[in-house]
Ligand binder design. Structure first.
Ligand SMILES: Nc1ncnc2c1ncn2[C@@H]1O[C@H](COP(=O)(O)OP(=O)(O)OP(=O)(O)O)[C@@H](O)[C@H]1O
Ligand SMILES: [Mg+2]
Length: 410
């Protein structure tokens, strides 16, 4: 016997206006398998996915039993957020409805909130996360994933639920607000774990700084140290306007799911990402150049974790475009095989073959491809000074320098 679960999708516009975007019904069968997902757009509302036609209001999606359509899936947590929810409701295994109902209570990334129609409306607060000054009150072992001690600390659990139960990704993180005299700043804070082989916060800061020096769009980023000495990276949110309004986002994982059962794509390529940009971006030439530049940075710093959830489209007042760059970190094993392929290979083109790739895969002119390659090479010359400024210890500095050594040969 199957049963239906209903949810309401709320959306906030960049101007800060909140409206009902549509309703979602999950048809759930035996063993809590998702059999079908129905989504009904409210008339006259903007589409949550650029592939959804404005003429069609009622959409039906199949499922492999677990998978949800991307525009829903993107707004649900991965392992970190699910761990927090499990601690909060004191359950070891969560079903999909428990995840939806308990994720993003108050703080969420992006412009939508998935809520139960049973909740009173005042619960749907669009707050921008935990006050950064309260981070010191969270027990340090939390960042290592140890939430057992929190059973009797409802205040701390609420803080984690508030800022950490929705954001995706595997690393421990929290949505926070920093009040400043000139207005608030909104950050996603990513915490180091004691088991990390390197200081990821500082390494990721250095990689984002490298992108910035190469002229690529990246959010502001700063390293911080908790009272325990643990480091964390603050990345400024690009989905929230200074006034509080929101931009909707969609990962390329969503856009490349299997359309029949919503399974994630097993293999994907930079060419597939470029195709999506050509179809939906209102500034394809700029975005194709950015994606090409990011691919070269990923190759240079051995960020092999270039999976589809680490690239997004963002919907601003004009339309869809590639989001600023995020989550660029070298692989600890110095692997060279990437998640995404280019020119049919998961070993990305070196600088020697880069221009050819820029022209063939990203459709850039020879001049533009050459300009971008040169800008990345020039930025790489600054890598040692970026590392020197990053605050890494000697061991990590050595690793960071080793990471890009292969580029000297091409
Ligand atoms: N600056 C930002 N502004 C808004 N949203 C962001 C920002 N940075 C990242 N995100 C969103 O948060 C999600 C998690 O961030 P991120 O990829 O950096 O975390 P992670 O834990 O390192 O991920 P992974 O599991 O890939 O290692 C991203 O998939 C993206 O949707
Ligand atoms: Mg990520």
């Amino acid at each position: 016997m199957s049963h239906n679960e209903h949810f309401l999708l709320k959306r906030m516009s960049p101007a800060g206006q909140v409206y009902d975007a549509g309703t979602m019904t999950l048809v759930i069968g035996a063993g809590e398998r998702i059999e079908q997902v129905q989504f009904n757009y409210r008339p006259e509302t903007e589409r949550l996915d650029p592939r959804h036609s404005t003429d069609e209001h009622d959409l039906t999606f199949g499922s492999n039993g677990r998978a949800l359509p991307g525009f829903i899936d993107d707004f649900l947590p991965d392992d970190w957020g699910k761990k927090i929810i499990a601690a909060h409701i004191q359950k070891r295994f969560l079903n999909v409805c428990e995840v939806i109902e308990n994720s993003g209570i108050h703080s969420t990334l992006g412009a939508i909130k998935i809520v139960s129609p049973r909740e009173p409306l005042e619960e749907h607060i669009w707050d921008t996360g935990v006050d950064i000054d309260l981070l010191h009150s969270i027990p340090d072992q939390v960042w290592d994933g140890d939430l057992d001690e929190l059973r009797n600390r409802e205040d701390t659990l609420m803080m984690l639920i508030r800022g950490g139960s929705q954001a995706g990704g595997a690393r421990p993180k929290l949505i926070v607000t920093e009040k400043q005299t000139q207005g608030s700043r909104f950050w996603l804070v990513k915490f180091n774990r004691s088991s990390d082989p390197f200081n990821y916060a500082h390494l990721e800061w250095a990689c984002l700084e490298l992108c910035r020096r190469a002229g690529l769009p990246v959010p502001a980023a700063e390293c911080m140290t908790l009272p325990s000495g643990r480091a964390a990276l603050k990345v400024e949110r690009f989905d929230v306007m200074p006034s509080g309004g929101r931009y909707h986002m969609l990962t390329f994982n969503s856009l490349l799911k299997n359309e029949h059962d919503q399974d994630d794509a097993l293999f994907a390529s930079y060419e597939a990402l470029a195709d999506i940009i050509r179809h939906y971006s209102y500034q394809p030439q700029t975005d194709l150049g950015t994606l090409f530049g990011q691919m070269l940075i990923n190759m240079a710093v051995r960020n092999t974790d270039d999976h589809l959830r680490n690239f997004s489209l963002i919907r601003d007042q004009t339309g869809w475009k590639l989001s600023p760059i995020y989550d660029v970190v070298p692989n600890e094993n110095l692997d060279t095989k990437h998640q995404l392929s280019c020119l049919y290979s998961q070993y990305l083109p070196s600088f020697k073959d880069a221009e050819k790739a820029g022209i063939r895969c990203f459709g850039l002119s020879p001049e533009e491809a050459q300009r971008i390659v040169e800008s990345i090479k020039l930025a790489l010359q600054e890598w040692p000074s970026i590392i020197a400024r990053s605050g890494m210890n000697e061991n990590d500095r050595e690793f960071a320098l080793t990471v890009t050594k292969h580029t000297n040969r091409s």
